[in-house]
Design a protein around this ligand. Structure first.
Ligand SMILES: [Zn+2]
Length: 440
């Protein structure tokens, strides 16, 4: 019979022994690991043979609360590119357009229930990728309020209107684009300000945790290429990145097409989002400059998988297939070269739902040829190490948040196993998805 896993509180730590530990950064799995955690943080991590010292476990405790040799423990997942203000599952263009016409309060009210669902799926961190209605900023404020109240605020003591389960989220507020160019649905125009510096200062005054840039347009699927010139110059991008960095904020840049990617690399942004048509020499410079890559396969794969529905003929489907194949080949090269790869789904995009969209993205990265453990690391420790988030999550190390997944369906066999029932521990408390393998 499987022992019952107790709830951890600040004063009541829980000791787990698991067959496999994926700590978020190691390039090999750790076997027969011991993990002790309380509601605030992980207290101890040890491999087989190194049992926890008395100082981190309960008085008189001599054995783990749960020994699960068949189970794998891994950090909760982070979606590094999601638009919380959009309903991603919707495929119908008219419905998507009508949805966007709602006011900011309505969009926020619709976004809040998504947060608890994310946690139950094992997604414990989100880098919101921008909206002009302040939905991401509002959720970010809730996260800060919870964090500031002496560590972890129990759900029952949460603010009015705050979801019971709140993943970490930070937001850039409105993305920055040029008036008349791509991005008006999620951004505001650089032209509204006298200079890039003033534009960045205004975003930060509104509460932006980081700065989202839209230096290029999107892929023209009919032509199978990015057919518009980049919308920002290298000088503009440099000024925006410098202003953000001076204020302690990272920048992330929507960039597809090698001309635009070239500009954002030269400007020194922190990450390239999408990056379709990236060249090998550009990947090498991204590695050298520690510019992360968030490849977002899912929204383009959805176009191919639903080609008939979107009215794409065989020629366009051929373009989509070629673009995705090239993107997959670039991902494998980037991984081999040592580029920092961070998983992001572009959830909120047409056909990419929040949560499940990230699981789809991980499957697509694996299908592209990235090893399963590297894919897991891209959704956990890679973000934790590069994104500069306010809280410590995404790694299984002492001092990091106790927000993790326990599953008997090993993601090392395939990351698709993360769709199967699993247990989520969030700040020491148990959440489950589907039928819980531990019968909790
Ligand atoms: Zn996006």
């Amino acid at each position: 019979m499987i022992p019952v896993l107790p709830q951890a509180t600040r004063d009541h730590p829980v000791w787990l022994a698991v067959g496999t530990l994926l700590d978020g950064t190691s390039t090999t799995p750790r076997r027969d690991a011991h993990v002790v955690y309380d509601a605030d943080a992980i207290r101890f991590v040890g491999d087989s043979g190194s049992t926890p010292p008395a100082s981190v476990i309960r008085e008189g405790q001599t054995a783990p609360d749960l020994s699960a040799p068949d189970a794998t423990l891994l950090p909760g997942l982070t979606d590094a590119h999601a638009h919380l203000f959009l309903e991603g599952g919707e495929l119908d263009f008219d419905k998507r357009a009508a949805y966007l016409k709602q006011d900011a309060a309505a969009l926020l009210a619709l976004a809040l229930p998504r947060l608890e669902k994310l946690v139950r799926l094992g997604v414990i961190g989100v880098r919101d990728a921008g909206d002009k209605d302040g939905v991401g900023l509002a959720i970010s404020r809730m996260c800060k309020a919870r964090q500031s109240s002496a560590g972890i605020l129990p759900a029952s003591e949460g603010q009015a209107g705050m979801p019971a389960l709140l993943p970490y989220l930070d937001s850039p507020g409105a993305a920055i684009h040029h008036r008349g160019r791509y991005g008006s649905f999620m951004g505001g125009a650089l032209e509204d300000y006298a200079s890039p510096t003033e534009c960045v200062a205004a975003r930060i005054a509104e509460g932006a945790d980081r700065i989202k840039l839209i230096p290029t347009g999107i892929i023209n699927f009919k032509k199978g290429a990015v057919t518009t010139e980049p919308q920002m110059t290298v000088d503009e991008l440099r000024a925006l990145a410098a202003a953000a960095n001076a204020a302690g904020r990272q920048t992330f840049a929507h960039a597809s097409g090698d001309a635009g990617i070239e500009r954002v690399i030269e400007a020194g942004v922190d990450s390239v989002e999408h990056g379709f048509f990236v060249r090998d020499d550009q990947l090498a410079r991204m590695r050298d400059r520690r510019i992360a890559w968030v490849p977002t396969f899912a929204p383009v794969q959805v176009q191919l998988d639903n080609a008939a529905r979107f009215g794409w003929d065989a020629e366009v489907a051929g373009h989509l297939k070629r673009i995705l194949d090239n993107h997959a080949a670039s991902l494998v090269k980037a991984h081999a070269m040592g580029v920092i790869i961070i998983a992001g789904s572009d959830a909120g995009s047409c056909g990419v739902p929040h949560g499940l969209g990230l699981l789809h993205e991980l499957e697509l990265m694996e299908r592209a040829g990235m090893p399963a453990l590297a894919v897991v690391n891209s959704a956990t420790g890679a973000g934790a190490n590069r994104l500069g988030c306010r809280e410590k999550f995404g790694r299984i190390e002492p001092g990091w948040r106790a927000r993790f997944i326990v599953t008997t369906h090993s993601p090392l066999v395939t990351v698709a196993n993360l769709r199967k029932p699993l247990t989520v521990v969030f700040d020491g408390a148990l959440q489950t998805s589907g039928v819980d393998p531990f019968g909790l």
